[in-house]
Design a protein around this ligand. Structure first.
Ligand SMILES: [Fe+2]
Ligand SMILES: [Fe+2]
Length: 477
């Protein structure tokens, strides 16, 4: 076939470059494809290059080969979009009325309840009002609104569904005595009512979680996505030298390493008036100036890289989560290749789902669960995944806006789950989900020092979208 194609071209005084020949031979009917090319391109040049073929195919879809030409897969085609319905930007309806809160919690309850019911090992549940009168084993699903330790070492939970509430007893001798609970999470509970009917005695707890046995399935993507969280532009503790090293490294390596996507998960600037005495530690004391400087930094990032940016608690948007994207007032001078997203948000990159959440609720997780701490944000993030909720505890340090649906529910299991906020750097695989804490570009502030908070800055996590390999690239040196 190869010689037939070449001699047909030679008869027309045309020559194919080797990669053109490869494209032709990958077609289901190479001879017919050759004749079409020769009839169309014979006027244009003596040597037919790959670009001519690609232009030719793009120009007339009716004559496109059935099989795609042998263009390297996923090379620079920039496939990154915000998943509709996961970003509050432009969709906020909340006025903060009592009715808004009721609807918000109802939405949370029913979405998480459905997830628990879908678990293969859970089966059918009964309503709480019915379960307490049944006198036999049953499964219930409820939202926890209070937990207490008794003086004998047992735990009681007050749980509620749409029909009523009950007190669940977790005896210290029960198989589920080691379970950890947070307020306003939704759990499935198997157990039975006590003889007096005033308690529901639990023997097993079911959480929505990520399905067991799920794994990262490799794809043919060759690209990687990198993360730079908590840049804190404008702070006097911004790590300018390390940042410059990282930009130089990207300029030299990003194209060859196929680092085609970059995510900035919030606290992109240091902001103004975020904590007491902050003004003493600002190099740029003007919020517009901070975003302007960030815009300059972004311009230095190689042009082939698509960027998505979301706000954090230091940025100039409402604090209540979900947070909308930064206003154009601040970002008008940014490169056009930057996607402005809300917080949290799902972003689809080459078929992978990325959940990006700044991570403010880590403060509440650490405050309410003894075994969780700031030095290990990755385990906090795993607890979020297990409960399929980024910030269940209402009324803590994380302000929440009662929108018509709960944007902080993790509705779809992501392939990659990234947060920042605590300025730590780490990675973990939980049932195929790559969990990442994406460091910071700010050294320890006096506020952090006073709160015994030790950051791990100047590290850029990179995830390969095909293999799922996670690398933490260190720029501290
Ligand atoms: Fe931060
Ligand atoms: Fe933060």
């Amino acid at each position: 076939m190869r010689s037939e194609v070449l001699s047909a071209a030679a008869r027309k005084n045309l020559f194919f470059s080797p990669d053109v020949l490869e494209i032709i031979l990958s077609n289901s009917d190479p001879m017919a494809f050759t004749n079409t090319i020769l009839a169309t391109l014979s006027e244009s040049a003596m040597f037919i290059e790959k670009k001519d073929i690609i232009d030719f195919i793009a120009g007339d879809s009716s004559i496109a080969p059935e099989r795609a030409p042998a263009v390297p897969k996923n090379k620079r085609h920039s496939d990154m979009v915000v998943v509709p319905g996961t970003d509050i930007t432009g969709d906020s309806t909340c006025e903060g009325k009592i009715a808004d809160f009721a609807a918000y919690f109802k939405n949370r309850f029913f979405v998480l309840k459905r997830m628990i019911e879908k678990r293969r090992d859970f089966g059918a549940s009964v309503s709480i009002s019915r379960a307490v009168t049944l006198g036999r084993e049953a499964r219930i699903i409820g939202m926890i609104y209070e937990k207490k330790e008794t003086k004998n070492g047992h735990t009681t939970l007050s749980v509620e569904d749409e029909t009523g509430s009950c007190t669940v007893l977790i005896s210290k001798d029960s198989p589920c005595s080691g379970e950890m609970f947070v307020n306003d999470e939704v759990v499935g509970i198997s157990g039975k009512p006590s003889a007096r009917g005033d308690l529901f005695i639990a023997d097993k707890i079911f959480r929505p979680d990520v399905p067991a046995g799920r794994v990262w399935t490799p794809s043919d993507s060759v690209a990687s996505v990198a993360f730079l969280s908590d840049i804190h532009v404008g702070s006097s503790t911004f790590l300018e030298k390390q940042w410059k090293n990282m930009i130089d490294w990207l300029k030299t390596n990003a194209y060859d390493m196929d680092i085609d996507y970059l995510i900035l998960p919030g606290d992109v600037v240091d902001g103004i008036g975020i904590f007491p005495g902050q003004e003493e530690e600002l190099r740029i004391a003007d919020i517009y100036g901070q975003y302007e400087k960030l815009g300059e930094y972004i311009k230095e990032i190689p042009d082939h890289i698509r960027i998505a940016l979301q706000p954090g608690n230091h940025d100039a948007v409402r604090l209540a989560e979900p947070q909308p994207a930064l206003s154009k007032i601040f970002t008008k001078d940014f490169d056009s290749n930057v996607i402005m997203a809300g917080n949290p948000v799902n972003i689809e990159i080459e078929g992978r789902t990325l959940l990006s959440y700044h991570g403010k609720s880590i403060d509440d997780w650490v405050a309410s669960v003894q075994k969780l701490n700031y030095d290990d944000p990755i385990n906090v993030m795993r607890e979020m995944l297990t409960r399929r909720h980024l910030s269940p505890m209402y009324g803590g340090k994380t302000a929440m806006a009662p929108e018509k649906k709960d944007y902080l529910v993790i509705e779809k299991v992501p392939d990659i789950f990234v947060s920042g906020h605590v300025h730590g750097a780490g990675k973990m695989d939980h049932r195929g989900v790559k969990i990442i804490n994406a460091s910071a570009w700010q050294s320890q502030t006096s506020y952090q020092k006073a709160h015994n908070f030790n950051p791990n800055p100047a590290i850029m996590p990179i995830v390969h979208l095909g293999t799922g390999t996670v690398t933490l690239k260190d720029f501290t040196k």
